[in-house]
Design a protein around this ligand. Sequence first.
Ligand code: 475
Length: 841
Amino acid sequence: KYDEAKVGTEKLWELMNSYIGSDKRSIQRSIVNHVEYTLARSRFSFDDFGAYQASAFSIRDRLIESWNDTNEYFTTNDSKRVYYLSLEFLLGRLMQNALVNIDVEEPYKDALMDIGYKLENLYEEEVDPALGNGGLGRLAACFLDSMATLEIPNWGYGIRYDYGIFKQGIVDGYQVESPDYWLSHGNPWEIERQDVTYHVRFYGHVKKYNDGGVERGVWEGGDVVVAQAYDTPIPGFNTFNCNNLRLWRSRPCNEFDFKQFNAGDYHGAIGERQKAEYITSVLYPNDSSEGGKELRLKQQYFFCSATIRDIIRRYKKTHSTWNFFHEKNQIQLNDTHPAIASIELLRILIDEEKLPWDQAWGIMYKTFAYTNHTVLPEALEKWSTKLIGNLLPRHLDLIYLINFFFLEKVKQRYPGDNSRVSRMSLIEEGDDKKVRMAFLSIVCSHTVNGVAALHSELLKKTIFKDFDEMFPGKLQNKTNGVTPRRWIHCCNPGLSKLISDTIMEEHTTWLTNLTSLRELSAYSQDEDFIKRFVQVKSDNKLRLQKWVKEHTGIDIPTNALYDVMVKRIHEYKRQFMNILYVIHRYLQIKETPQHERASKFVPRVVMIGGKAAPGYANAKAIIKLINSVAQKINNDRDVGELLKVVFLPNYCVSAAQIIIPAAELSQHISTAGTEASGTSNMKFIMNGSIIIGTMDGANVEIAEEIGAENMFIFGALVPEVDTFRKQLHDGRRDYIGSRLRKVFDAIRSGTFGDVSTIHGMLYSIENGGDYYCVCLDYYPYLTAQEKVDETYRDYPKWCKMSIEGIAKSGKFSSDRTIQEYCMDIWKVSAVSIPKPTTNPQ
Ligand code: 475
């Protein structure tokens, strides 16, 4: 008789018993098949975009093989898993990354060349998926790469926005935003999961009842929407493991609209349904302030609820009790944006699983950990209790309950200390009461971490001081890192090859053991090595020169120092101070007689790029000022090639991959104590750019690693910043020196045209509003800049510094960061999936 299970499996096994081959013929056949059967285009004529799409599908097929095997293996072995919850994943393009990680870049290059396509050109056809604002979102992407590479059973969870971060255009020097509808040509990397959906409820009301002493709730009514999963395979480098990134999309829910349709309002009912889709429509473009908008909270809860249900469902497949939940699952919160996930787990455990409070609390507490990315007060999330109570009534109940128990403990521990109790309360009192999401996340997590040593220390001393006192050891540091696969090997193939040749290791070895770059130190004065190193840099500069011409129309020389500052535009990051210095330099050049200029000034191209949040007026004014200054200087024939200024439009991951390898100097000049870590600083040193920077964020640790003598460090330290701010507060106004005055005057007198949008900032800085200490650090900054010129004139010395930087950058691999999370927070170890048994290759 027909044994369905047995015959079926054997048949399937026979049909698909091996991974796709990596020989030229197999690759070509799989690409051409996709051209014909997936894209339904003619195999005899397809353009670069068609070739890109078909190649992407062909690569995805390979990823799916190991992705399926990986998940099955983890399930069979009941592996402990880590879930990384983030509202942002700034992945950047996926094609080259996938080819490199599964080690078939060369075979694909050859196979495509043979049928008339250049792989590098196909890379350029891919849209840059930009589901993130900046550092926090990009960190999440680097972490996914490292976790897959280190064979950590991990899934990322987030939102599949229809619109990523806006595209930035520059019109008359002003930023203009346009929507980034990145899905218009489809997304060959994702797998739509019709079969993975959950219902998510909003609004409604709660009925409470007493269940043998435990108060439980029943949440009913309101609106229900569907969360649908979209999966993107995340291949590790040099391993068969392939993890998953699951992003949720909101859809209308069928079961609940009969009433509306039956009421006869057909169009109205369809409109209601469309509202559901709106939830995951757009990424919020603020990287450092919270608007308190209801839709944002909806996004947060929507994806957290679906995620928690998904995790529970997976756990229940192999477990019938809750006893091992926290031992099998660790959930990391990327800032407080997904903080409501912990309350959602608690709610499900109490109201649906009917666990006693203590057990539910214990499970939640031992499962969650929280990462803080900022000390800026305006970026700390606070949700009004009115808003939460309306949208998520049961969650607000639970938050009040948690706060009650927590404050009882505080009172016990610090009897009579009422001010401490109100300082530590999860609820900020006032006319509009608010939930302090960071405090809530600390209380609901077993571990909390900052993202660089200085930042973590500041957390303990400032915003989380009370919590550090009450829970010593709970606050840890995990210094950020970046993936060297994308940030050295993919973006700088010339350097990657030079490294491999020099330390006589395959890139597959040093890219997963980045501290072996130390061996390069021995070559920092080796003539042959320096020659090749300089060649690599100048090739990269040429590539950037072309990019700049194409995107701005500006001609820049290549025989000039490439000075780069790329990051979100913010007052605390001080792009403003950078441009003030540029103006100073321009004025100085103008004052110097022609024949003396060449010996006094090193030719420079100053490039500044980054997006301003659409509602952030000062940041937008800074962009306008930069563009106006550029316009003036670039067209001043008298200055010629001695100084060029470029605003790099629409800074994004794919642009970074061209910009960073070409930089010789990069600026990381935030006010001490404001930049939590910074991560581009790490990418720049790995690519041989020297840092001019303040002792802030991870710059401090970079200096420790590579030596302060290999950087241009300047500026006030945290205590001096505090003192200066106090002086400002006490009325000090004498902080603008004559050279800075001249720069302000030049701006005001119209030297750079109409830049009136910046006048407000100038006035405020002059009148005690210099919160970010531009004036305090201005002169030390000038001195550091002079040192830059002086050093660049001694080119061998410059090269030595830059090579030392690369050699000692190993600490800043995100592999190191992830290993620390694994050991100190998640207590999780690698699970290596076995090699496929029947690979014909
Ligand atoms: C820090 N984004 C960097 C980086 O740890 C640090 C905030 C609110 C809403 C949406 N996005 C945000 C951030 O807070 C953010 O990107 N923070 C950055 O995180 C990674 O290196 O110093 O500013």
